[in-house]
Design a protein around this ligand. Structure first.
Ligand SMILES: Cc1ncc(C[n+]2csc(CCOP(=O)(O)OP(=O)(O)O)c2C)c(N)n1
Ligand SMILES: [Mg+2]
Length: 284
């Protein structure tokens, strides 16, 4: 039986007391902490910030200077270098793939800013869980280009010695970068799991899990995102909508009006899901 203290807070039973007078407790709960008496309550402002749209670029391509992050010159140079590197190696390696010298390659032309801008926001202890177009992220984190190309060729310098398909480079553990996943969306429950582990260990690690918009129609997307929302794991899902999942246009597969709606429906804040900790305890 669940101990009474594991239940969500109840309003006092005194019907005469006005509901507004009940103080709102701010207590964090979630998996790893199922004994907590209450869950974090989000204000309407928090909710709007978490589910709304922040756009720095306007429709005409100009930037909203008030929304620009404060980055110093060194950070800006490194970010730009990371983006240009993607463009240069994509050109060369796509050519090699078309020549039949590499078995497979996934380019990120047009997605350079999303890849490098997001990974640049992390600290080294944070984990990157890529899909198949975020190779620039592991180079940005410090994987030598030589190792990356060795993996594509599967030669003697490849860490996996050719046992993994091209464009799925492993990286030294210190880089906290998982090998890319080209099995669509399977990486997302893994991202949630790493974040959950970090939470249980009380680390400050954040996990960045990437997906393409096609991934939002895969079952693992829903498992990963819903699990993350229910158990409040420190994971960020970054969906890159390049409008196509191979030959399937983005407009044709999600039932929602936009990818943002698809995602935010699953990531409603926990105040509206507060039954979860009590249910988890009751099942013991
Ligand atoms: C589970 C699974 N189903 C199908 C495929 C075949 N497949 C490879 S890439 C891809 C489309 C991915 O589209 P999206 O998620 O938008 O990523 P993008 O390639 O556009 O970056 C599909 C269906 C796969 N690799 N894994
Ligand atoms: Mg796509």
């Amino acid at each position: 039986m669940a101990a009474s203290k594991s239940h969500p807070p109840q309003a006092p039973r005194d019907k005469a007391a006005p509901a507004a007078a009940t103080p709102v407790k701010k207590i964090r709960a979630g998996m790893g902490d199922v004994e907590a008496e209450t869950v974090e309550v989000w204000s309407d402002d928090d909710y709007r910030r978490a589910t709304g749209l922040l756009s720095i670029l306007r429709e005409d391509g100009s930037a909203d200077s008030d929304a620009l992050p404060a980055l110093d010159a060194v950070a800006l140079r490194d970010i730009y270098r990371g983006m240009v590197r993607i463009r240069i190696i994509d050109d060369r390696l796509m050519t090699m793939q078309r020549q039949g010298r590499i078995g497979f390659y996934a380019e990120a032309r047009g997605q350079e800013a999303a890849v490098i801008g997001s990974v640049a926001a992390l600290v080294p202890d944070d984990f990157v869980v890529p899909a198949h177009r975020e190779l620039g992220a592991v180079l940005f984190r410090g994987l030598p280009l030589r190792s990356f190309v060795a993996q594509l060729l599967g030669n003697a310098n490849d860490i996996a010695k050719g046992r993994q398909m091209p464009v799925h480079p492993g990286a030294p553990r210190a880089l906290n970068y998982l090998p890319p996943s080209s099995c669509v969306a399977t990486q997302l429950p893994q991202a949630t799991g790493i974040a959950w582990a970090a939470k249980i260990l009380k680390k400050k690690t954040v996990v960045l899990g990437y997906l393409g918009e096609g991934g939002t129609s895969a079952e693992d997307f829903h498992a990963g995102v819903n699990f993350a929302a229910v158990f409040r794991t420190p994971v960020v899902f970054l969906c890159q909508n390049n409008q196509w999942a191979i030959s399937t246009p983005a407009a044709s597969h999600p039932a929602c009006a936009s990818m943002a709606t698809t995602c935010s429906r699953c990531t409603r804040p926990p105040a509206r899901r507060w039954i979860a900790p009590a249910a988890a305890t009751a099942r013991r």
